[in-house]
Structure formats: C-alpha cells, structure tokens
Design a binder for this molecule. Structure first.
Ligand code: NDP
Length: 277
C-alpha cells in the first residue's frame, strides 16, 4: 500500500509479493479486453488475472502496453491451458508473446485434470520456468488436498498460491487450511459467486452494507480481504470496477465477518476439479 495505491500486498512463499486485490478477465470477450483492462488500469488496478484458456491474453497485453505503466508496478498472472500440460514450456512462451511481456509475475496450472495425469509433469516444467526467472512465482489452481500432496511428494517447489472457487457459500475449509499449513496463499476465484446465486441479496450482507454505507459487493470483497484471501472480481462495467476497488475505507466487525462466514452451504457454482478435463 502507498499513498496513491490503497491495495495491500501479501508476501508469497518465495520472497515475491502480490497485490491482494486485482481484476479478473474470465469471460471478457477478446475484442473487448483491451478497452476493459484499460478501464481497470485507469480505475487503479495493477494486478490482472488472465489465462491462456480465456483467449484474451492479447487484449490484456495491448492494454498493458498502451497504459505506459512501469512493468514493476504491475502484477500479471496467466495460466497453463489443460491440453498443454505436456508442453508447458512452449505454452508459456506463447502466453508471454500474446501478453507482450518478458516475464509474468505468477504462472499457474489451471486445473489438475487428474484424468490426464499430467499435472506433475507440468509442474516440473513450471519449476524450470521459475528457475529461469520468467515467472517470478508459480502456483496451481483448482487443486484439492490430494493433488497438492502429490506435488509435495514428487516435486521440489511448494506452490505460491492455490486459486480455488471461494465465496461465502463455498469456502473450501479443507483446502484452505491445508494450503495455509504449507505456506500456500489462497486466491479466491468467483469471489462474488459469479452472480450465480442470491449472494448480494442475503440479509447478512445487505445489513452490513447499510451499516457501512457500502454496496453488497463491497461487503463481500471486504469479507475476502479481511479473511486473507487474494481476490480479483471481474466486471465489464467501469462503475463496478471502481465500486469493487473502493473497499479500503471501512472494516467489517467480527460479528459481521462471522455472520457472512456462516453462509457456507457447501455448494459449488463451478466445475468439480476431479471432473473437469
Ligand atoms: P465474480 O465472482 O468476479 O463475478 C463476476 C460477475 O459479477 C459478473 O457477472 C459481473 O457482472 C458481476 N459483478 C461484478 N461486480 C459487481 C458488482 N459490484 N455488483 C454486482 N455484480 C457485480 O466471477 P469470476 O468468475 O469472474 O471470478 C473472478 C476471476 O477469477 C475471473 O475473472 C478469473 O480471473 C478468475 N477465475 C478463475 C477460475 C479458475 O478456474 N482458476 C475460474 C473462474 C474465475 P458485470 O461484468 O456485468 O459487471
């Protein structure tokens, strides 16, 4: 956090650090991506989360380049697409080229896809990429405890993050506590539940919103931040980008945090990591 940038940073397990709040671009249309990421950078976001599978790395790269923002002020994450797990180095080079970058800050295996049984091989290639300095940190996404355990047994570097579905209705306490025990930070994807359930209308959230003069989305983002999650809510709309960024001038009480945490109902809105291929 600096005078001009209110976003706190979190130290990762390899001496790098990550802005706790960023901007995600899942389902941002490729032709719209440059404009949308430009808006996000103008609003103040400096951490962008994309993936090869989103097919919009080119638009992200164009927006970064046009912004003129110094590279060391940006934190850029991209992810290895599932079908490329046996060609991670080549896939990584393609991502860098699309992003017009010499390095990324964080490179992730997108899904474990256990049916393919190639994530260990992919992780070993990511270790080589990390050693080259072209990914400042490496991590995983959608890994459950057995997938993490297998990496610990068969490879050397502990992932810096595990990016998993996480929002008040689905908090994955088993993965979260296992990750924390091993120094792995949790990135919460779908922080607003992807708009797929009535999260923003629940009284525990609307009452906190009224009490703080904030919107329900701001309350949910604040809940994540105070729980220690790294988040990057997505919006195509500039006014919502600004709303989602304006979360550093209030603090939820322990009672409010507890009431929102109690909204857990064990229901995913996305795919099961053992099923997605
Ligand atoms: P989010 O939980 O961020 O929800 C996005 C939805 O919420 C959109 O429909 C958006 O609509 C709406 N929204 C955004 N801001 C507000 C607001 N202030 N008030 C009301 N509605 C709002 O879902 P995502 O799936 O996008 O998750 C965030 C990021 O996580 C992704 O963009 C991606 O980077 C990452 N991710 C990673 C996955 C993985 O497998 N690793 C899987 C899924 C996501 P609108 O755009 O119209 O504003």
């Amino acid at each position: 956090m600096t005078a001009s940038n209110p976003v706190p940073t979190i130290a990762l397990n390899n001496d790098t650090s990550i802005p706790q709040l960023g901007f995600g671009v899942f389902k941002v249309d490729p032709p719209e991506t440059e404009r949308i990421v430009t808006d996000a950078l103008e609003v103040g976001y400096r951490h962008i989360d994309t993936a090869a599978a989103y097919e919009n790395e080119g638009g992200v790269g164009a927006a970064l380049k046009a912004s003129g923002i110094a590279r060391d002020e940006l934190f850029i994450t991209t992810k290895l697409a599932n079908p490329r797990q046996t060609q991670a180095s080549a896939a990584f080079e393609e991502s860098l080229e699309k992003l017009s970058l010499d390095y990324v800050d964080l490179y992730l295996i997108h899904w474990p896809t256990p049916e393919r049984d190639t994530y260990v091989q992919a992780w070993k290639e990511l270790e080589t990429i990390a050693e080259s300095g072209r990914a400042k940190a490496i991590g995983v996404s959608n890994f459950l405890v057995p997938h993490l355990q297998r990496l610990f047994e068969e490879t050397s570097i502990v992932p810096a993050v595990d990016q998993i579905e996480l929002h008040p209705a689905y908090q994955q306490p088993d993965v979260t506590s296992f990750a924390h025990e091993h120094g792995i930070h949790i990135e919460a994807w779908g922080p607003l539940g992807q708009g797929k359930y009535d999260l923003l209308e629940l009284p525990q959230i609307t009452e906190a919103a009224a009490a703080h003069g904030k919107t329900p989305a701001q309350i949910v983002i604040r809940w994540h931040l105070q729980r220690g999650n790294i988040v990057f809510p997505k919006s195509n709309r500039r006014e919502r980008m600004a709303e989602n960024f304006d979360v550093f001038d209030f603090t939820l009480t322990d009672a409010e945090l507890g009431a929102i945490t109690a909204l857990e109902r064990g229901g995913r809105v996305g795919a099961h990591p053992n099923e997605l291929n």
